[in-house]
Design a protein around this ligand. Sequence first.
Ligand SMILES: Nc1ncnc2c1ncn2[C@@H]1O[C@H](COP(=O)(O)OP(=O)(O)OP(=O)(O)O)[C@@H](O)[C@H]1O
Length: 287
Amino acid sequence: MTPTVSASGLSLHYGGTRALDDVSLRLTQGVTGLLGPNGAGKTTLLRVLATAVSADRGAFTVLGHDPGSAAGRQEVRRRLGYLPQTPGFHPDFTAFEFVDYVAILKELTDRTARHREVRRVLDEVDLADVRGKRIKKLSGGMRQRVALAASLVGDPGFLVLDEPTVGLDPEQRMRFRELIARAGEGRTVLLSTHQTEDVAMLCHRVLVMAAGTVRFDGTPAELTARAAGHVWNSAERDPGAKAGWRTGVGSFRNVGDPPPGADLVEPSLEDGYLLTLDGKGAEVATA
Ligand SMILES: Nc1ncnc2c1ncn2[C@@H]1O[C@H](COP(=O)(O)OP(=O)(O)OP(=O)(O)O)[C@@H](O)[C@H]1O
């Protein structure tokens, strides 16, 4: 598939902190997950790609446009939807007023067309019924859907979502998953999350970041496969395991380097992620 977003050598320092260290990537249509521990640089990468902050070094293009110039930046912004980690809601706004406000910022000047677009995006996230409600009266899940609606204004080709499911209960998360999957049809979505399950369920591709660098770039199945032969059951916690815990059925599930003859079990994407962070197979695979 042709890449829609390409970045090479992105680096960004905050004082002595290397938030991004020579990050290169190519995204295609569909949902790509971005995993990494706290402080890995995920938000910084999203903010750079969303043109909210400039990298010290490196370059990138979004849908053929280079934000290196003011004109290019404007073209990128026209094609971009961004749901930041903490959307800046005005709690007294209704859902409609908030999304309308975002639409004005996105230069939709014609009032009738803009209001049609606001209704369209609120419909798209199944919020048509509550568009006249004040944001402070909405549940956490509904608020996140309002933020998603705002990011969909103007039908952007590139959608950047920063931990959109954080704090949602399982039902709300599943509902949100549905919406993200829908949003990923025909567009490029980059989804930062701590939920390995979201990545396993939603993404055609996953990037793992740690300490400002990309440690893995491949499919969720490839990330899971990294843990093949490294997860085993035992009656007692295996002292040689990197992680091990008693499961609900009483046996221990261990992750790491198994002893000879261990009772190997199917790994999960989370196992592959943990072992990647641990340095096992930390080289960047090419997708
Ligand atoms: N505005 C800033 N000023 C100074 N340091 C910053 C700033 N933003 C981020 N950092 C630092 O850059 C590094 C990467 O932070 P970033 O927020 O990108 O990580 P993250 O992977 O998104 O973490 P989390 O999962 O906790 O959101 C961290 O060490 C962080 O403290």
